[in-house]
Design a binder for this molecule. Structure first.
Ligand SMILES: Nc1ncnc2c1ncn2[C@@H]1O[C@H](COP(=O)(O)OP(=O)(O)OP(=O)(O)O)[C@@H](O)[C@H]1O
Ligand SMILES: [Mg+2]
Length: 373
């Protein structure tokens, strides 16, 4: 489907892509990963000819892309750029319709596509189609960015760190969604990240790049078992432990500090914090710093108008654990619940951090390392 043959790209005398050679099969979910500046974005942009290499050849669907009209090429390739890039003066529906409109689809067809796409990510057409990007949470904006790339149903979708700016919970939810979309749509996805947990979760095949070269291209399992370089090992697990996950405490695997506000905080200020930090839920504290509960966007939308402060909005008590608890215990709690995260408290019942499924993935990678070493 996509094939690179000895592709070389330089800027001045700096070689950015150094004889890149790989093949991506139709329907495959490929994740490009590696340190900042290693050439991930350059590789991605070479696929739709936003960047043209000076040596080597690139084939898409069997054709050398240098012999394909770039406009026609890009119609077959959806692209989600590193920053979301929704048009702020267009509604959600208009944003999704950008490419179909350019392709002169009729209005009915565009409407149908927009409805179907929004439905796929559980955003109702009635509620969202006519909103502007600034009226959406960060996670919702990101969803629309992905839908926009899918709108003309291209067989290939390129995504450059689409979830890079999101908080762990939202990021986790969108990762689940993108896996679902991939299963359902059976398109070829090429996804860039510098987060190994994300790569392990999403990829059929991981391409690890370093300084313009491919160091390893393998399935997640193979890469976990046989990483080919020290750098890949470092990307995979930070703290290697002999006993694996059992020796870790919840403190070791939590993310801290989480965004939180006092009960007395105004609703407007609280929603601003959520918007800025791109959160779907906010942790609420009592005056003495102890944990009061968690407020969801949904409840804010439902009760926010009448409430004088955030403490008046119904909270759901989240599942909690303590910093000193065994990490495995907290992970079991998270797995047994329907929650995206659990709240971690210190011995004074104050909010210390959260454990998400992403922290769990990391802990599991570490556990595997424990077995290896
Ligand atoms: N137009 C340009 N002119 C000169 N150098 C460039 C240009 N575009 C990219 N580079 C350099 O090429 C290298 C690779 O850039 P690229 O954007 O592909 O990295 P990346 O792996 O996507 O990094 P990040 O994770 O930070 O997004 C970097 O060192 C960058 O500075
Ligand atoms: Mg990049």
């Amino acid at each position: 489907m996509i094939r690179f043959e000895q592709v070389v790209k330089s800027y001045g005398d700096r070689v950015i892509l150094d004889h890149i050679d790989f093949e991506i099969k139709e329907g495959e979910f490929v994740v490009l990963i590696g340190p900042s500046g290693c050439g991930k974005t350059t590789t991605l942009k070479s696929i739709n000819r936003l960047i043209e290499p000076e040596e080597g050849r690139i084939f898409v669907g069997g054709r050398d892309i240098m012999e394909t009209n770039p406009v026609l090429l890009r119609r077959k390739i959806g692209y989600v750029i590193q920053e979301i890039g929704l048009f702020p003066n267009m509604t959600v529906a208009e944003n999704i319709a950008v490419v179909p409109k350019r392709l002169k689809y009729d209005k009915q067809r565009i409407d149908k596509i927009t409805r179907e796409l929004l439905e796929m990510v559980d955003m109702s057409y009635e509620e969202y189609a006519h909103k502007y990007p600034s009226q959406l949470s960060g996670g919702q904006q990101q969803r629309i960015g992905v839908l926009r790339a899918l709108a003309a149903s291209p067989p290939i979708v390129l995504m450059d760190e689409p979830f890079g700016a999101l908080d762990p919970m939202t990021r986790n939810a969108l990762q689940d969604e993108i896996v679902r979309l991939h299963k359902k749509l059976k398109k070829t996805f090429v996804f860039v990240t510098h987060d190994m947990e994300e790569a392990l979760k999403l990829a059929d095949t991981i391409v690890f790049m370093d300084e313009g070269k491919i160091v390893q291209m393998d399935s997640p399992d193979e890469m976990l078992e046989n990483p080919k370089s020290e750098l890949i090992k470092r990307f995979m697990g930070k703290h290697l432990s002999d006993n694996g996950v059992v020796s870790l405490t919840t403190q070791d695997i939590m993310k801290a500090p989480p965004a939180s506000v006092y009960k007395r905080e105004g609703v407007k200020k609280s929603t601003e914090i959520m918007a800025r930090r791109q959160l779907d839920a906010l942790i609420i504290k009592n005056e003495d710093e102890t944990y009061a509960g968690t407020v969801s966007v949904r409840n804010i939308r439902r009760y926010g108008k009448e409430a004088k402060n955030i403490g008046e909005i119904p909270m759901s008590p989240h599942i909690t654990s303590y910093v000193s608890d065994d990490a495995s215990e907290s992970l079991d709690k998270l797995l047994d619940s329907d929650e995206d995260f659990i709240v971690v408290l210190n011995d004074k019942e104050e909010v210390a951090g959260i454990v998400t499924k992403t922290s769990m993935a990391r802990a599991m990678a570490d556990a595997l390392w424990g077995d290896e070493s």
